[in-house]
Ligand binder design. Structure first.
Ligand code: PEP
Length: 257
């Protein structure tokens, strides 16, 4: 396992057609061009809608831009009669490096079970991508079970099918913090990130626990990013709304620790 390279990921959700996607990536590239930011040793990724991936890939390749590509979802199946689904192989062919699995908008909006999330994580791994496994508690879960219980259970289920040695990223996203403007505090994020890393020791092993990147997501902005990234167990951020504006996302990427 390599050291934990920090990662800032932008989830565009169902926003921006392919022309708007090209415009955003061009603006982002311009904003970051000469930046001597503290993030020179980190990684930045964007997760456009499926229909934008080819255009963004072409632009990233042509201009040699240092952005990784991610997909917002994928099929748990490799190929066949699955109308409307997109396979890991199709995504990997477009240089997609990461695949989100288990985002709360898929778990809650599309009824995805822990089992489906695990099957999708495995499909991403099989296809040569790195699954970004999203876990997080709702406001009701928080009240009933505390912050960590549901994310820990979701993590155990998602990892169960993944073979030892498979690389993956965890995104801790409290559901109550997503798109609400009400981010968790840096201490709250650290507490759950630490619990998730501790759990990895038992679920996997010490080396994997030490090497796995754990991101925080939920109403991250340029104002609060530094607080999260100061935490010892938080290795990056998954950014939704604020990743749609080139100037704001570039400020987030260039945060000062
Ligand atoms: C997300 O969609 O993963 C997310 C964290 O959204 P937002 O930053 O808008 O809360």
């Amino acid at each position: 396992f390599a050291a934990r390279t920090p990662l800032i990921a932008g989830n565009w959700k169902m926003n921006l057609d392919h022309l708007q996607a090209i415009a955003l990536v061009q603006k982002l590239a311009w904003a970051l061009k000469d930046a001597r930011h503290d993030y020179a040793d980190g990684e930045v990724a964007v997760f456009p809608p499926f229909t934008d991936l080819r255009s963004v890939q072409t632009l990233l390749t042509a201009d040699k831009l240092p952005l990784a590509l991610g997909a917002q979802d994928l099929s748990p199946h490799d190929a066949g009669a699955y109308t409307g689904d997109i396979s890991a192989a199709m995504l990997a062919k477009l240089d997609v490096r990461y695949a989100l699995v288990g985002h709360s908008e898929r778990r809650h909006g599309h009824g995805e079970s822990d089992e489906t999330v695990g099957a999708k994580a495995l499909a991403a791994h099989r296809g040569g991508m790195i699954p970004m496994i999203c876990v997080g508690e709702t406001a009701a879960d928080l009240e009933e079970h505390g912050a960590a219980a549901v994310p820990l259970a979701q993590l155990a289920a998602a990892l169960a099918p993944l073979p030892k040695g498979a690389e993956y990223v965890i995104a801790y996203e409290p559901v109550w913090a997503i798109g609400s403007g009400q981010a968790a505090t840096a201490d709250q994020a650290e507490e759950v990130a630490r619990a998730l890393r501790e759990a990895l020791r038992d679920l996997r092993d010490d080396a994997e626990a030490a090497a796995t990147r754990i991101l925080y997501g939920g109403s991250v902005t340029s104002q609060n990013i530094a607080g999260f990234l100061k935490q010892p167990n938080v290795d990056g951020a998954l950014v939704g709304g604020a990743s749609l504006k080139a100037d704001e996302f570039s400020r987030i990427v260039q945060f000062k620790k």
